[in-house]
Design a binder for this molecule. Sequence first.
Ligand SMILES: [Zn+2]
Length: 485
Amino acid sequence: MATITWVAAVTHAQLPTLGDPSEMTAAAERKLGERIVKELYRDPDYIDDAVLAEYVQSIWQPLLAAARTRGELSAELDDRFAWQVLLGKDRSINAFALPGGWLGLHLGLVSVTANRDELASVLAHELSHVTQRHISRLMSQEKKQAPWVIGAMILGALAASKSPDAANAVVAGGQAMAMQNQLNFSRDMEREADRIGFGVLTQAGFDPQGFATMFEKLQQASRLNDNGSFPYLRTHPMNTERMADMQSRNQLSPRAAPAAPDLEHALMTGRARVLSSVGTDALRSHLAEAQAMAAATPRARQASLLYAASLAAARLRDFPAAARLAERVAGVVQGDAKAARLARLLSAEVALLSGDAARAGSMVDAASNGRPELMLWTQSRLQTGRPGEAAQRLQTWVATNNRDGTAWQLLSAAYAAQGQTLRAIRADAEAQVAWLDYAAAMDRFKAAQDLMRRGGAGSDHIEASIIDTRARQVELLLREQALER
Ligand SMILES: [Zn+2]
């Protein structure tokens, strides 16, 4: 995998020096982040799952808003940084902050959270590493290194942090870990991220208890398990001092009344467990778990197990079982609007996976502005020979969500299905831009320009002028990227 060659590159290359000895600027940190994230987008473990991504957003956006309210997030950083969470389908319990305002979140961590407050507490902590410029301070210690070398070090450390059964983690081995140690936050930084993160969490309306229970959970996990699947613990040692800090902070804040079971969260942990499962045995174990479920199993747990079993059955191509299980999910979550919507989306997803695109389309609320609905609906339109309808909705979507690479790619397929080659190539180029791969985008813009020159594009003058403009803009970005090496 690409990340391994990056690790090797660190040791063999001539290291150029950076001219500026001062702390890394926000602009430089953002560019460094882009360099890293560009590789993550190409990593097969990166996953753009519309349902999970939307759920994480529903936690992430309130945290960002709270950081703004509390003055932790300066206008400059707000404007310059990406503030995006990338999902990785790895089973390891890990979350990490990257330069430039990107966060990485492994589905393994999502799987072990008991409620949204616990997930929010991890995100709030990582968010605070970024807003407090901890990364910039770490990077300035590495100032003798060229940005691409630092980027490679971080990528190497990330590769090594994946599940131990992932082949590449074994290859990357000790060398990458040594690098990771250089890039670790100091204890003071951890304490500060705890303190600021706690404030952001409570300001955003989450139960502060989440911080403490997540802490306990991670500490317990670290005692039980040292097989390398808890990289978050290696970078965030759960020492007694941090525990004590957390407990005293918790006593100061009012303890919330026991909440109703969070069915939405329960379903999302079920989804995270299945999407991070590798191989048919792991998928079958989700089915077995649901079968072994007792009648007295709490409602949220039932919902989670049934959701996981349904999705696992669909992935095992047992579609009748998947559909039945999805219906049982709907039954269990009845009366809870958010969870009921997720159950409907699951049924539609199962229908789409089974090849019954028409039925999938009819199950999706076409009037909804939700991204999961948009993705399912447009795919069903594409698969039932109605690409024009898909293109129309996707065009509207990308007009306001121009960094949505997956939507651009669906739009490209919708154009191609209508024989609109030039537009199809341009949409594909925009997907590459969204994933920060400017070289790949330029390849496509040039192919489109070639097509225009050969007269193969008909008379789409408007599209032709858009392509020329975008090609010039991306060429500039590409040149900037090349200069930074
Ligand atoms: Zn930390």
